[in-house]
Structure formats: structure tokens, C-alpha cells
Design a protein around this ligand. Sequence first.
Ligand code: URA
Length: 208
Amino acid sequence: MKVTTVDHPLVQHKLALIRDKNTGSKDFRELMAEVSMLMAYEATRDLELEETVVETPVAPARVKVLAGKKLALVAILRAGLVMVDGILRLIPAARVGHIGLYRDPETLEPTQYYAKLPLDIAERRIFLTDPMLATGGSAVRALDVLKEKGATHIKLMSIIAAPEGIERVMKAHPDVDICVAAVDERLNEKGYIVPGLGDAGDRIYGTK
Ligand code: URA
């Protein structure tokens, strides 16, 4: 497993604005999508290419185009949706799946209530989006769901991660690479990432 931190100046600048509690929902949403798009640029760096030839107005040109597995984006509802919106700007042909999880009141474990995935998900290379990798419970469950459907090639994309979340995903799914914009200090007693950005879903959708 590999953890990549996207430290590009534009990503870090936009992340600073996202963290600011005075940033309102509209700007927050747009910035989250922009950061996700820029992260996707880095996360797709190892996509396979193949050579082909196109005719320019002047002469034939040997060019490279994407090859290999087709792509899928899978959002963990609901905060993961905004990341998918951003990444689709870069890879608009990707198929999109959704996984909904709730916390079981007895076991406190994330439990799936919804999953709608491309039929050929097992053949696709998957980018799973969860903007806040906090305890890692939701990400691990979503990865379980994807693997139960046969998925083998998955990258987890989170804007901010806590060390605890990274460790939990690493233990449960050592084959999954993680791409983040920042790794923060820790989780607090309520499970929020410190310093983090607060509740991503509430800030995206203006709920409380
Ligand atoms: N989910 C969030 O939205 N924020 C956190 O800090 C942790 C989990």
C-alpha cells in the first residue's frame, strides 16, 4: 500500500480556504470539487497508455492514448459526491457508483444501506471517494463492499486523513493505495479530525 500526499501549491492553497470556518457552503463545495480534480491528476498518473496514430492537419502523429482497465468513481454518500463531481471534470467517461452507509446503533459499525455500482465494476479500475478519512470505518466497509463485487484495483481518495484512519485501512486492505491532500494530527473524542475542517457533509450541503 502506498499513501500519496498531493502537496501541489494549488491544492494546498485551496485546502487552506476549505479549512477556514468562514468559508460558506457555495465556495466550500466548489473548492472541494476543484481540489478533488487536482488530486485526480496525481492519482491517475500511473494509468496505462498505448501508442496510436492520428492525422494532424499537417502529418500523421504518433500519439499516446489511455489503455488498460476502464475507470469507475465510487462515492461514499453523501460527502463523497462532491469529490466525484470534481473528478468527473477530468475523466468524464468514468462510470459512477454510490455506496450508502449508516452507523448501526447497536454495533456502532458502518453498515451498508445502499449500493448501486456499474455492472462491470470487477473489470474497472476504481477511485473510491471519502473526503474525510477519520476512523476509517466507512472506507473499510465500502472497500469490503467493492471487493465482495469482485473489484481488485481500487484507490481511496480522501482530502484530509487522520493517522488512525490510514492505519485502519492499511490493516484491513493492504492492497489499496490512498491519495490525500493532507494528513492531520489526530481524531478528537467525537471522531472529528483535528484540525480538519469540521463536518464535510454539513459544510457541503449547508445542514447541521
Ligand atoms: N467526518 C467529517 O465530516 N469530518 C471529520 O472531521 C470526521 C469525519
